[in-house]
Design a protein around this ligand. Sequence first.
Ligand code: NDP
Length: 498
Amino acid sequence: MQIKQEMGNTRNEKKDCMKMRIGGEWADPAGGASIEVTNPATGEHIDRVPSGDHRDVDAAVAAAESAFPSWAYRSYGERGMILGSCARLLRERIPALAPLLTGEHGKPLVEATGELMGLAHVLEYYHSISGTVHGEYRNLRLYGNAIVTHTPLGVVGAIIPWNMPGLLMGWKVGPALLAGNTMVLKPASSTPLTNLSIAALFEEAGLPPGVLNIVTGSGKEVGEPLVLHPAVRKVSFTGQVETGKRIAELAARGFTRTTLELGGCDPMIVCDDADIGEAVEGAVRGRFYNCGQVCTAVKRLYVFEDVAERFQKLLAARLAGLQVGNGMDPGVDMGPLNNAEQHRTITALIEGVREGGEGTIVTGGAVPQGERFIRGNFYAPTLITDVAADSPLLREEVFGPVLPMVVVEGLDDALAQANASRYGLGASVWTHDMRRITSACEQLQAGIVWVNQHLRIPPEVPFGGVKESGIGRENGYGSIDDYSNLKSILIAPGKGRP
Ligand code: NDP
């Protein structure tokens, strides 16, 4: 791959293994084990990375601690300029990086390119606000003059999943670094290559060594020591609910701050006055983008009964026409699932639905036919109707290309069913009726509500979940506060009146 040639110095020739990034150097792991990175479309091993442990976490945290004082001393403007330079260089290198992301993740090249452009946009956003972080001043009269200052926390840890390794890296790196912190990031074990390459690229763009460090390895051996490390002041985690609960428990031992972005089971409500063509396209993109592996993907579809039959026909026809295949091939709409475990989970789930009579499989429901699908983790886009109310399809987060559709009597029915979930990440309503829009926006229990669209998450607005979908918010101006210590300084008023 081109990126490997450009980054030839990243590889340990003896072990033929991409290394970790610690203190601006390609670092050998303390132990000798490594993790195979596999192309999910072909089953081929494309690279290896070190399987690190607590000793590597210690080394990375030490590098981040030693880089911290001079990084924290710089102004927001200077730090923002560097993030802007990283974004510029990243945009130039997207043609080389996108195939690497497709190779380790499976998503079509066009989606990998879009994700990396999204990462560049996130960094540009933090660059754009860098001149406006000034703290606060208030004249409180009798209480005196109040000044609120932001100081960075120190070393922060980031743990990210495999579904959007580029974009999610930006959601954590952007605000943390702009606020003056240094970072140790643990990528997902199935998608570490893009994160390692981006970290080196940022340093090429001017990020000082040690400000951003990457330690590869498992959740147990690297993730947990990172959360427990006494010098780590905050952990920002994105991943499954159960892992989030474990991290919250570990972090509580040292009163380490956490932001937890967890799973979702997003409802999409289609009213009878919606533009049905647009809503069908919204459901296709909302569910089948990234092979359905998005926290805010449409995971439950609630359609008003008057339009349900038409909606279902159009949707099924669109799904039957989607091109499934290797993300590197032109014209492919949907790649494979990222890993074999996900493939087994989805396959078993649909078998359970079929055997238990929990729904009617309208289209999909199997591995697509053909020799090229045998070795990869492919699954056909699947639409299921007549779903039992207690089916896991509606209760649990299904991380794959499977969409259950439920017919509802009206908005009250739709809202009641949409809210009957332990998750509360995103939700969308499709209608042009202002009263329905207002009711849905007020009543939907979610961190983000879309009207006549689903899925877009711009860095300019806060993002996060309610209920078991998480604690805290990422993105938006407030994320700077989340990565800062706020100090209130009260200066006593002078004697007499001015
Ligand atoms: P996991 O929770 O399995 O893993 C996420 C990360 O945590 C990985 O880097 C993993 O390492 C690591 N990890 C696993 N166990 C531990 C542990 N005990 N301590 C510390 N770190 C650990 O999630 P997935 O990778 O399967 O990602 C999919 C999930 O992410 C879905 O639920 C999805 O909804 C959610 N997600 C949420 C988003 C949001 O913003 N709310 C956005 C995107 C995804 P390793 O890879 O080595 O196992």
